[in-house]
Each structure stands twice: as structure tokens, then as C-alpha cells.
Design a protein around this ligand. Structure first.
Ligand SMILES: [Fe+2]
Length: 325
């Protein structure tokens, strides 16, 4: 199971590891007691992330027909930020700074920018990592947290900009508010069934951002022009299940797809695996899959949902480097 989170953590270059003491982790979450009671070993807890530490995954992506000018092109990918009482602004800022430190050409955001938690579980667990959002009603929280997310990216300069897609949480919350706030933040361009081209001299690659598969109205990328049949197309889809619908359809050919949504399972139990990955196609729960000439990559994402911690599934910021075979 080469793409399981615990294996993924061993096979990538690690710049920032989530090293939390077993005692600290268990004291931070109610589930910890039951996990300890189950006798789960410290080696799994050593890669848990409940304090905002993340692994910077470096992934070379080999793309047939990649123009020479894009050999070595670097894309930062941050998904499932879920800014909230559980995921403070500081974590998002540090993720952006990690991408910046890697001198990427482009930053892509995979959706699910906020989390508005309607349960009071977080109160019971006394885990409030961003006090500003703790006392807000849902109506007030949505615009304030989306504004805070957008502000995190203000003034961040990448050579080819910042593009984002829509996640299910962005549709579930107030989608008009989401759109309104990002429309006032032109430094992040949200792609909803929309394609942009990034150029280097005479060469270009295409980046198509799709609407959310579960909650939106996704549509496939348009057929490539006949004189550009070998063009490189990258698809960004919050939900990897949508990518499965494109595989095997020559008219929707793509080179590389990047996805989020699953959080890699977020809580991955030894032997049992992820307790909830939220995808139908289990090939795409986490990590890289090479399918024919295409590569599909699902990130574990940055934030959390449901419970305010991760287990055996550290948060992730991804640096893709496009290469020629
Ligand atoms: Fe998410």
C-alpha cells in the first residue's frame, strides 16, 4: 500500500515534520485515551499532527510533451485550509511561507478554505486555536473567516499568480459570500470550470479548475484545439472522484490532476486505515497514482474537520516540480 499516509511520510523529502510527544498528543484530544487503551504504538503517534506542523512533500511530476521551457516548473499546492477555531491563521501563514521558501512559480489552492463548526464538540474539548472565531455566530463567522483567509494571501507574490478552486465546504457555507470576498481579492483567481494558460516564451501549459464534484456543477475541460492536441493540461479538482470520471475519455485528456478533500483520511488507524476518507474511488484517498500517461495526486491537506486533530496522517503542503520524462 505504497500510498498509505504512514508510508508516504517515509518516502518524501521532509522539511518540517510533525514531531509531537506521545504525551502531548494524547492530552490534546479526547480520542487519545481510547487510542492508548487500544495499545497503539508510539511510532504511529510520532507522525500525528495536532499542532499545525505539516510535512512539505516534494513531488516531481513527469509529464510527456512538457515544453522544455516548463522543465523544472514548480507549483505549490495548499488544500483544505479550513481556517477556523481549530485551524488558526498562523498555520495558514506558515504554509504559505513554506511554499514561498521553495520559490515556486505558481500557487494553487484546492478549496475548503474555512470550517464553520456547528457542533459544540470543540468547546467540550477546550481546543480553540484561534480565539477570534470562537464566539462568532455562523452568520458572522462565514464572512469574517473568508476575509481572514483572503487576507493571508494579500501581498504574496508568485511569478504566475495564485489560482484556487471551490470545495464542498465553500458551497455548503455561503457561496455568494465566498465569491464576493474572493472577487474583492483579485490576487487569488478562483477557477470554476475555467481554464487559464501560463506561458514561458512561446510555450504554455493549461490549468483547468473544476467546480466541486459533490456540491457544485462541475463540467469537464473543453476539447483541445486540433493543432494543440499534445498540449499539457493540469486539472485542479477539490474532489478526486471527479477525476475518475475523466479517465479513459480521450476528449478530456489531461496530464496531471491535483486534488484534496480527503484529508488523507485525517485519522488513519493502524490495520484499519482511514476512518473516513469521503471518496468513492479508494485509489485516490491519498498520494500519487500514475494512470496511463496521467498522474493524479491527492494531498492530505492542511486543516481538519470533524475532530480538531489528525492521527497518523500529518498535514501537508505540496511542492510539485514538473519534469520531462
Ligand atoms: Fe476539507
Amino acid at each position: 500500500m505504497a500510498n498509505s499516509p504512514c508510508f508516504a511520510a517515509k518516502h518524501v523529502a521532509v522539511e518540517s515534520t510533525a514531531m509531537i510527544s506521545r504525551r502531548a498528543f494524547l492530552s490534546s484530544a479526547a480520542l487519545g485515551g481510547s487510542l492508548a487503551a487500544a495499545g497503539l504504538g508510539g511510532k504511529y503517534l510520532a507522525v500525528s499532527s495536532s499542532t499545525g506542523d505539516f510535512i512539505v512533500e516534494h513531488r516531481p511530476i513527469s509529464i510527456p510533451n512538457l515544453p522544455q521551457a516548463f522543465d523544472g516548473y514548480k507549483i505549490g499546492f495548499i488544500t483544505d485550509l479550513h481556517l477556523s477555531v481549530w485551524v488558526p491563521e498562523e498555520w495558514v501563514i506558515r504554509a504559505i511561507e513554506a511554499v514561498t521558501a521553495n520559490d515556486v512559480d505558481l500557487l494553487i489552492l484546492g478549496g475548503d478554505y474555512i470550517l464553520v463548526n456547528e457542533s459544540t464538540l470543540w468547546q467540550n474539548l477546550d481546543i480553540v486555536r484561534d480565539e477570534r472565531f470562537a464566539s462568532l455566530s455562523k452568520r458572522d463567522a462565514i464572512p469574517q473567516i473568508y476575509s481572514a483567509v483572503a487576507a493571508c494571501f494579500q501581498g504574496r507574490v508568485f511569478r504566475d499568480g495564485i489560482f484556487g478552486v471551490v470545495g464542498n465546504h465553500d458551497r455548503w457555507n455561503s457561496f455568494p459570500t465566498f465569491q464576493s470576498i474572493f472577487n474583492r481579492a483579485p490576487y487569488v483567481k478562483i477557477l470554476i470550470n475555467e481554464e487559464v494558460q501560463v506561458s514561458r516564451g512561446e510555450s504554455s501549459i493549461r490549468i483547468f479548475g473544476v467546480d466541486d464534484y459533490l456540491t457544485g456543477i462541475p463540467s469537464p475541460p473543453p476539447p483541445l484545439p486540433s493543432d494543440q492536441a499534445d498540449a499539457v493540461r493540469i486539472i485542479v479538482s477539490h474532489n478526486p472522484d471527479y477525476i475518475a470520471t475523466l479517465l479513459g475519455a480521450p476528449q478530456h485528456k489531461f496530464s496531471f490532476a491535483m486534488c484534496g478533500h480527503t484529508h488523507g483520511g485525517q485519522i488513519v488507524l493502524p490495520v484499519l486505515g482511514p476512518i473516513a476518507a469521503q471518496v468513492v474511488d479508494e485509489r485516490f484517498i491519498v498520494g500519487q497514482q500514475d494512470i496511463g500517461a496521467a498522474t493524479v495526486y491527492t494531498s492530505r491537506g492542511l486543516g481538519v474537520v470533524g475532530l480538531p486533530f489528525r492521527y497518523n496522517c500529518p498535514a501537508e503542503v505540496t511542492i510539485f516540480t514538473l519534469t520531462r520524462p
